[in-house]
Design a protein around this ligand. Structure first.
Ligand code: TXA
Ligand code: MG
Length: 436
């Protein structure tokens, strides 16, 4: 630990544009006061099915059926904790969530405490049907702008901003007049919310500032002793958080790119002129507001320093083999030069992590290690170049695994901002100590 701290300090000084973040300070100063037993119960998503009616929004008002006794028992146990006002870890298709009854202020406050989440960062409310959504909105009315989007993208990795109502405690909205709502498609999350009969507030189930969890074991690593239960539904198949869409703005804006891509949303009815925050516009007030996801606070950071390498000549065509090779070579040259410079400056680096993408033709081998001049190199592959969805699934997992391996520094290869690549780059830029 002393070596890493020493390295952190020196590298941060060298990278003079970066200051020691509050989350880093917190990492070393917060003591845990928890001693709860954290149970982990396996659930199998394939045992959950949904019965739709034939009406227009039949899919969005479907009823769940759980076809296996042990899964039924796990859901029952989860409902019991949630009804008692506890926060628990649950799988969703994007990342694992730390869920509590969204209508119970005291339950919601346990989410903030367990995650050590800043009090002014509002939560997403998760529903399992349009009926449930209507029940929490002013006059039970969903704004028209969202109807085509709900029909096409829900259930799924999309969060929409809606007017809030007095039913939603201000602990959830942090006093904003709006509330963020999502209808997850993960069968376990859907069935659980339905069985509860109340919506669940759920941020990602990581300690604040750390990379989001895409496996139940990630949740356990961060929140063991702080929560009574984690439902383990296997790996999350999207791997990055939901897209946050504000359709109440004119023109509509993506506040956080995520699982539903800009390319898909911009084609949809009512989405003319759709903008992506920070890519197409920046707003001073929004910049400082905690409601702009991930802007105000440092996010997604592993313990090791992260150096993100964004090539100017970033590939435009994901499927061009020659461009893919060129980009890999540029990445290799830049990280090797950067490492040489750090070593020349006397930084005692012993383990180097390389988080990269592979060319489409290459095999996707998860981990490779080598040693040269007393330095150990660990390479993890996030996914294939032409498959940004694969890269999205591998990114948080890779950042977390680098910490488990105990590397001193991580060089990460940037990806083109196409499809899920936009969400990947949004997270990587926030995780990075330095961007080249
Ligand atoms: O995929 C996801 O969205 C995951 C899973 C668990 O559902 N949840 C998640 O929550 O990523 P969290 O808390 O890590 O990120 C929620 C983001 C916050 O950064 C917050 O700023 C934004 O949603 N948000 C919440 N309420 C908002 C509001 N009223 N207006 C604008 N943004 C809001
Ligand atoms: Mg989060």
């Amino acid at each position: 630990m002393r070596v890493v701290l020493h390295l952190n300090t020196i590298v941060r000084r060298l990278y003079s544009t970066c200051t020691l973040s509050s989350s880093t300070l917190r990492k070393f100063s917060t003591q845990s006061h928890y001693n709860m037993k954290t149970d982990v119960l396996q659930v199998d998503p394939s045992h959950f099915t949904f019965k739709e009616s034939s009406c227009e929004f039949g899919e969005q008002n479907a009823i769940s059926i759980i076809n296996n006794t042990s899964d039924q028992l796990a859901i029952k146990q989860a409902v019991k904790w949630l009804a008692q006002g506890e926060a628990i870890g649950i799988p969703t298709e994007t990342v694992y969530g730390l869920a509590a009854n969204a209508l119970d202020a005291s339950a919601v406050s346990k989410i903030f405490a367990a995650k050590n989440r800043p009090q002014d960062n509002p939560l997403i409310v998760h529903v399992s049907s349009l009926k449930m959504l209507e029940s929490i909105l002013p006059h039970n009315k969903i704004p028209d702008i969202y109807m085509p989007i709900i029909k096409r993208c829900w259930p799924g990795p999309l969060t929409i901003i809606l007017p809030s109502s007095p039913l939603i405690p201000s602990t959830v909205t942090c006093g904003q007049p709006t509330v963020a709502v999502r209808f997850p498609s993960h069968p376990v999350a859907r069935a659980l919310i339905e069985s509860c009969g109340f919506p669940l507030a759920a941020p990602s189930a990581n300690s604040s500032g750390k990379p989001s969890p895409t496996l139940a074991s990630h949740v356990f690593d961060d929140l063991n002793t702080k929560i009574p239960l984690i439902l383990d539904g296997g790996p999350c198949n999207v791997g990055v958080e939901s897209t946050v869409l504000d359709g109440l703005r004119q023109p509509p804006a993506i506040l956080r790119p995520g699982g539903v891509t800009y390319e898909v949303l911009k084609q949809m009815e009512g989405m003319n002129g759709l903008q992506v925050y920070r890519k197409h516009f920046v707003d001073q007030a929004l910049e400082m507001a905690p409601t702009t996801p991930g802007m105000k606070y440092r996010h997604y950071s592993p313990e090791a320093m992260v150096v993100l390498i964004e090539d100017d000549k970033m590939i435009i065509n994901n499927n061009d083999d020659t461009q893919q090779q060129q980009q890999r070579q540029v990445f290799e040259t830049i990280w090797q030069d950067e490492l040489k410079q750090l070593l020349k400056n006397g930084i005692g680096i012993q383990k180097v992590g390389i988080l990269k993408i592979v060319e489409d033709g290459d095999s996707l081998e998860w981990r490779q290690t080598s040693k040269l001049d007393e330095i150990e190199y660990v390479t993890l592959q996030m996914g294939r170049q032409g498959h940004p969805d694969e890269v999205a699934r591998g990114m948080f997992k890779g950042l977390r695994e680098m910490d488990t391996i105990g590397v001193d520094i991580i060089f990460v290869q940037g990806v083109p901002e196409i499809d899920e690549g936009m969400a990947v780059m949004n997270r990587l830029r926030k995780a990075a100590t330095k961007t080249i």
